[in-house]
Ligand binder design. Structure first.
Ligand code: PNS
Length: 161
């Protein structure tokens, strides 16, 4: 059985992330979408909220996808989950340097775990959670960039502040 961990901040989930999840599902028997808990990194949504948004988006569509939270080293978490693969989405050349560094460092830490890079559909190549938050925060539309339930939460969050 091949198991992959797809780690990230997912603050919030976008259609770009979902595109990668959909591709993972076709390649691996089980996929764990793993949200990093990082108290040092300020996030718009709590880990519970992020978990809930992903869960709502995948539960019915992809029975072989699990949503989880992790802290500490990613390779330790992947070992704990018995995953052989770490999946990362690559959008543009600008992502490459950071991802390359991380993949090689993870390989040094855990030679048995392979990092697989996946490209989302071209129309998501400019999409990022950071931009989604910026646009939503400034009152712009993020329709078509995130699932409707995430759009609603963004509206609610920014209405409050
Ligand atoms: O969505 P992001 O913020 O780009 O995801 C980054 C993530 C969570 C994959 C990365 O920060 C990570 O793996 N953090 C866990 C700590 C770790 O293992 N650090 C060493 C990496 S070589």
């Amino acid at each position: 059985m091949t198991k992959a961990v797809y780690p990230g901040s997912f603050d919030p989930l976008t259609f770009g992330h979902l595109d990668i999840i959909e591709r993972c599902v076709r390649l691996f028997d089980r996929v764990v979408v793993a949200i990093l808990t990082n108290p040092a990194k300020e996030a718009l949504f709590s880990v519970e909220e992020r978990c809930d948004m992903i869960d709502k988006a995948v539960r019915k569509r992809f029975p072989n996808v699990e949503v989880d939270v992790f802290h500490g080293l990613l390779v330790d978490y992947a070992k704990e989950k018995d995953a052989q693969v770490i999946v990362r989405g690559i959008r543009a050349v600008t992502d490459y340097e950071y991802e390359f560094q991380m993949a090689l460092m993870n390989r040094r830490l855990a030679p048995g775990i392979e990092t697989v890079f996946m490209m989302p559909a071209e129309h998501y190549s400019y999409l990022s959670s950071r931009l989604v938050k910026e646009i939503a925060g400034l009152g712009g539309s993020v329709e078509g960039l995130v699932p409707p339930q995430v759009e609603k939460r963004l509206k609610k969050r920014f209405r409050k502040s």
